[in-house]
Design a protein around this ligand. Structure first.
Ligand code: HEM
Length: 508
């Protein structure tokens, strides 16, 4: 019998089948791997057990200090864990590398968490509390531009700070032994008045002292309101309402509104005198074709001004308050600072920014004060899109807490983190050597817009204090602690008194 030849080529058939099988297997394996990987991505990292409704707030309160509570959790759960602030999960990032990865990834962490108490009042206005919107981006960049316009990041602004430093030195000289916090706050705040209102104020002006007191009370009231609004319904309980916060804010806003209206009446858009004038000119010149039309208004300006004062006063004043305490507690450091300041300023009465280049030890001491003070303990952000961090994936709108304080005291990076050691910012030749892990002003797209102003104030105020006074604790009182006072959004020491011994008269 004749053998029939199959009507196709066996070799190509086998090859075709083999190819299809390989292809389908490859697709199946790839899909399985993707699914397995997605399954292994957890939405939230583990964290401590929580209470119903209240989450970890009671744990934090029982620990006595939120800083201690947060840092103790790192040893148990690692540098990324989840806390519950009320019923709401918050992912806490504790180390510099992890924070940097998240903060430098575009606008990934540029939103703020939605806190009803604050959102109801601010309604997205201002800069600090505003969400990740076109309004925030435009307002932020306009204010940065306005600050630059007035030379805030250049030496041309130095004369404003230097004249304020003279007033500070005279204020201190008159008082001798006292608690310098209010004096520091008023002089720092007066510099902001110079930038924003075009004029500086002193403690002899009752309107100004009222502003300082209201700001102080408002910051405390914001802390309470923020915590109360974490637990739904809590603000209906006695003592937990938002009323005090609203009352303080209303008073501050009235003050700023009056200043803005007075500026508006005398405004010359071609020759702005300060940040308020810059903003008002922008409103006057706005045209419907402008893409930012409608984003700038007098009401928004009130909130912007409020943010510059609230974010810029207590922060810089508290770092100086820390620095004075730490220098008085370390006579060896004080002596070395005095020598450097004296050597550089033998032929003049003032220390200026230009002297900084020849003052490595002073710059190192200021950096170490910023690290040790770590006044902005932490900050709450929210994700603008899905965020992957190691084996975790966070959905849009996940709250993320940046624990700056942990990064500033991280024992894996800073040797003896609880010791005040300016030398950590010096190289082997005694030259100033900044450390990228020092991030007191944060980093990324939502960092501090006042860093340059803040650093300038710190340098000029601090060096002129060191030049003029020896800092010693009064004989009749125990030495104050260099530990932070517990509680609050701002890391501040317990109140203390100090004697400022006039070095200029003792040298004469
Ligand atoms: C030593 C002084 C200062 C320190 C340590 C400091 C620290 C910080 C930090 C850590 C942030 C970021 C908070 C976050 O993570 O969300 C911030 C934001 C901010 N700071 Fe400062 N600051 C200082 C001085 C100033 C000054 C002098 C001004 C203004 C005149 C200012 C205005 C602001 C504003 C408006 C923001 C909000 C930025 C935004 O949300 O887009 N700060 N500051």
């Amino acid at each position: 019998m004749e053998t029939k030849v199959l009507p196709f080529d066996v070799n190509s058939y086998t090859l075709g089948v083999a190819f299809c099988t390989c292809f389908l297997s490859w697709v199946a394996v790839k899909r399985y791997r993707t699914e397995a990987k997605e399954e292994s991505l957890h939405s939230l990292p583990p964290g401590p057990p929580k209470w119903p409704l209240l989450g970890n707030i009671p744990g934090m309160m029982m620990a006595g200090s939120s800083s201690k509570y947060l840092s103790d959790l790192v040893s148990e759960y690692g540098p990324v864990y989840t806390l519950y602030m009320g019923p709401r999960p918050v992912v806490v990032l504790n180390k510099y590398d992890i924070m940097k990865q998240a903060l430098m990834d575009g606008h990934l962490l540029s939103d703020r968490g939605d806190l009803p108490a604050l959102d109801d009042y601010f309604k997205g206005r201002g800069i600090v509390g505003s969400h990740h919107t076109e309004y925030w981006k435009n307002t932020r960049s306009f204010v940065i531009h306005s600050l630059r316009q007035f030379g805030v990041d250049r030496q041309s602004f130095e004369s404003v700070i230097a004249s304020q430093a003279d007033i500070l030195v005279e204020d201190i000289r008159k008082r001798g032994t006292f608690d310098p916090l209010l004096c520091l706050q008023s002089n720092v705040c007066s510099v902001i008045c110079g930038v924003v209102f075009g004029k500086q104020y002193g403690l002899d002006n009752p309107r100004f002292t009222d502003l300082l007191e209201t700001m102080y009370n408002a910051l405390r009231a914001i802390e309470y309101a923020a915590v109360s609004s974490l637990v739904p319904g809590l603000h209906y309980l006695p003592g937990c309402s938002y009323q005090k916060f609203y009352a303080c804010m209303d008073k501050l806003m009235r003050f700023f509104r009056e200043e803005i209206n007075a500026h508006d009446e005398t405004l010359d858009p071609d020759s702005p005198r300060d940040v308020i004038d810059m903003y008002l000119s922008k409103i006057r010149r706005a045209s419907p074709e402008d893409p930012t039309y409608g984003l700038f208004s007098k009401t928004n300006l009130e909130f912007v001004v409020n943010d510059l004062f609230m974010a810029g006063t207590e922060t810089s004043a508290s770092v100086l308050y820390w620095a004075i305490l730490l220098i008085a507690s370390n006579p060896g450091i004080q002596e070395r600072l005095q020598k450097e300041v004296d050597d550089v300023t033998t032929h003049c009465d003032h220390v200026s920014i230009a002297d900084a280049a020849s003052m490595p030890y002073t710059r190192a001491t200021i950096d170490e004060s910023l690290r040790y003070a770590s006044v902005a303990i932490s900050s709450m952000r929210s994700t603008t899109s899905t965020m992957t961090l190691g084996k975790y994936r966070f959905e849009v709108g996940t709250w993320v807490m940046l624990n700056y304080e942990y990064a500033m005291f991280d024992p894996d990076h800073w040797s003896e983190p609880k010791r005040f050691k300016p030398e950590r910012f010096l190289d082997d030749h005694g030259q100033y050597c900044p450390d990228e892990q020092l991030i007191p002003f944060s980093i990324g797209k939502r960092n501090c817009i006042g860093e340059k102003l803040g650093r300038m104030e710190l340098f000029i105020f601090f060096t002129n204090i060191i030049k003029n006074f020896e800092l010693v604790f009064p004989d009749d009182a125990p030495h104050p602690s260099v530990e932070a006072a517990s509680g609050g959004m701002m890391r501040v020491p317990n109140r203390y008194s100090i004697t400022f011994k006039d070095r200029t008269t003792s040298a004469a």
